[in-house]
Design a protein around this ligand. Structure first.
Ligand SMILES: [Fe+2]
Length: 240
């Protein structure tokens, strides 16, 4: 692989150098004939358009320049009327909520696949519904982070490092254990939500406060209700 990449490099350089010449040729073609290059070449057969190199420039990550923005910074300033310290604090809080919400979302899908027992069908459907709702929250949190000028945590290994939800075993577990793990995850997120909503409110970050209260708190509380009612100790066939 390394040798083929090396041999491919001069070709890419040659293509780069050829591009301006091709552009100027296109410009000449347009100015002298009044027709675009592509329409001028249309009758010359397939592959005759010299202005377009159809070879994708692959493997650009191998010699990547420095990132456009480092994680943990709030370097972009959109005109949203919030100070840098406020945006930085909100981004930190939201990345914690994002890592925990991604974890809870994925726990729902795991339990959707692995659930077993007499409540299989309803839990199978319910867990997937909650997974979809958590996925909506994930997107809303991540996009709020970007609006504030931060960088949203995204990949599984980074999420695992940041999340406050304890690691879930790979094994298949009984439904009540699954439910208990989900309820614990919800509670951790909700406790942080109440704390962070207050802080965002005090700092004047109304958008973050509204996201946390209107979407995160409401959705998580509703899901807690639907999940927790499954682990009530209730006789199935006989009233006592
Ligand atoms: Fe499914």
């Amino acid at each position: 692989m390394a040798s083929s990449a090396k041999t491919a490099a001069p070709k890419a350089t040659a293509t780069k150098k050829a591009a301006p010449a091709a552009k100027s040729a296109a410009a000449r073609s347009t100015s002298s004939t009044g027709r675009s290059t592509s329409s001028a070449n249309a009758g010359k057969g397939a592959g005759s358009n010299a202005a377009v190199d159809i070879q994708p420039r692959l493997n650009q990550q191998q010699n990547a320049p420095s990132p456009t923005q480092r994680y943990g910074t709030v370097s972009q300033r959109l005109p949203i009327g919030l100070s840098e310290p406020t945006r930085r604090d909100s981004v930190t809080m939201l990345n914690q909520l994002l890592a925990d919400t991604i974890t809870l979302r994925d726990m729902y899908k795991k339990h959707h696949w692995q659930v077993v027992g007499p409540t299989f069908y309803q839990l199978h459907l319910l867990f997937d519904k909650h997974y979809e709702e958590q996925a909506v929250l994930v997107d809303a949190i991540a996009e709020r982070i970007q609006i504030l000028g931060g960088v949203a945590v995204a990949m599984a290994h980074d999420v695992a490092e940041l999340s406050s939800i304890p690691r879930v075993p790979r094994d298949r577990e009984e439904a009540p254990v699954q439910v208990s793990r989900l309820l614990d995850g919800h509670q951790r997120i909700l406790k942080n939500c109440h704390d962070y909503a207050d802080k965002a409110d005090e700092a004047g970050d109304d958008g973050t406060n509204d996201l946390i209260v209107s979407q995160l708190v409401r959705t998580n509380e509703m899901q807690v209700w639907f999940v927790a009612e499954h682990v009530v100790d209730s006789p199935l066939t006989q009233a006592e």
